[in-house]
Design a binder for this molecule. Structure first.
Ligand code: NAP
Ligand code: G4F
Length: 349
């Protein structure tokens, strides 16, 4: 019997980390994940997969951080992964304007630390570690749609600049040292597990809470930007396929359809029989110093070479998120009616 393949995931506690873990476990992998130390539990998205370490399990969690090279090197020695998925990031574009240096440390230098740890490990052991780097359509910034692998990067935020640095470091390590490194250039992808400060989830959470009388209004920033929104479950499949290809390469992953925030509001509030124009207000605090107006990807290369295709369009995605958040709001309502009202959710987001 051949030994199961082993994957190491940075960012395992994030949206994509949780879907990728499910996918890899279903394929028989042993999955090791890097978890940041936090003062509260931060493993909500993978708790349903985690098994008590005192029992036999194929998922293993380790403390670590992309700012800590020593910890990354030690983890590679300990885990000896066949595949490494680098998903860890300060991934919020607006926040990157407030924390540019920290964002660059994690998103740009963090990748370099991973690559150098892999290079050293491979040199010492002779074992190949295939690397997936979580690149972003945000790197295209103000470049005209539809964006492809050949489109020039025109980044518009500290986050995007850091991802561009990471992208080229990966290309450079691939070409200089012959490492197997694939850059995924993924367009926005969402799910019921999306962080609540990203616009789609902020909208589905608020609309469902408004529907049940738990909230009165929703405050947003720029409603005119267009995004190509896909389902995170589909996109982790593309990540895995990139590491199964014969040779490492760079791929755009997108649905090919973009809509505005306004249109997404229409889908979500419409599904709940609510009039969004009466319930949503624009608050300039959510504007960004520079905006990315229109992202719409052409994923022909991934479709042709990886056999990848999305299963979920933006309408099905909105419906999935509304249904999930409605259940969450119903639970909140039950708690409220039994006198366990939660503190109001902050306008900080
Ligand atoms: P996410 O939900 O924000 O998850 C980010 C993950 O990174 C979390 O597990 C987080 O840990 C971890 N992390 C943050 N800082 C870290 C550090 N210093 N060291 C180690 N881990 C750290 O993001 P996502 O949506 O799953 O995205 C996954 C990756 O794809 C990110 O690199 C993101 O930039 C990129 N990406 C996302 C999209 C998208 O639309 N979702 C599109 C293109 C690219 P905590 O749980 O402790 O915060
Ligand atoms: O949901 P967002 O914050 O996503 P954004 O900035 O496109 O970034 C996401 O996708 C990238 C891929 O292209 C990832 F790399 C990145 O990690 C992240 O996952 O904002 C989408 C749009 C923006 O134009 C923003 O200005 O929605 C607009 N928006 C309007 N009001 C808002 C809000 N965004 C947020 N987060 N909150 C608002 O209230």
């Amino acid at each position: 019997m051949t030994a199961p393949r082993t994957a190491l995931i940075t960012g395992i506690t994030g949206q994509d980390g949780s879907y990728l873990t499910e996918l890899l476990l279903s394929k028989g992998y042993a999955v090791h994940g890097v978890v940041r130390r936090a003062s509260l539990f931060n493993t909500d998205r993978i708790d349903h997969l985690y098994v008590d370490p005192h029992q036999e399990s194929r998922i293993h969690l380790h403390y670590g951080d992309l700012t800590d090279s020593g910890a990354l090197r030690n983890l590679l020695e300990e885990v000896e992964p066949d595949e490494l998925y680098n998903l860890g990031a300060q991934s919020h574009v607006r926040v990157s304007f407030d924390q540019p240096e920290y964002t660059a440390d994690v998103v740009a230098l963090g990748v370099l630390r991973v690559l150098e740890a892999v290079r050293g490990h491979q040199r010492r052991t002779g074992r190949q570690v295939k690397v997936y780097q979580a690149g972003s359509s945000e790197m295209f910034g103000s470049a005209k749609p539809r964006q492809t692998e050949a489109t020039r990067f025109e980044p518009r935020s500290p986050y995007a600049c850091a991802k561009v640095f990471a992208h080229y470091q990966c290309v450079n390590h691939r070409e200089s040292y012959g490492l197997f490194i694939a850059n995924g250039v993924l367009f926005n992808h969402e799910s019921p597990r999306r962080g609540e400060t990203f616009v789609t989830r902020k909208i589905t959470r608020a609309a469902t809470r408004i529907k049940l009388g738990l909230q009165e209004k929703l405050y947003l920033g720029n409603l005119d930007a267009r995004r190509d929104w896909g389902f995170a479950g589909d996109y982790v499949e593309a990540m895995w396929r990139m590491l199964q290809a014969d040779r490492p390469d760079d791929y755009v992953v997108a649905t090919g359809e973009s809509i505005t925030i306004r249109a997404f509001l229409g889908l979500v509030f419409g599904a709940l029989d609510l009039d969004w124009e009466a319930l949503v207000e624009v608050d300039p605090r959510y504007f960004r110093p520079a905006e990315v107006d229109h992202l719409e990807g052409d994923s022909a290369k991934a479709r042709r070479l990886l056999g990848w295709a999305p299963t979920t369009d933006v309408r099905a995605l909105a419906k999935m998120m509304v249904e999930s958040d409605l259940r969450l709001a119903e639970r909140e309502l039950v708690l409220k009616r039994s006198g366990h009202e939660e503190a109001p959710r902050g306008g900080y987001r």
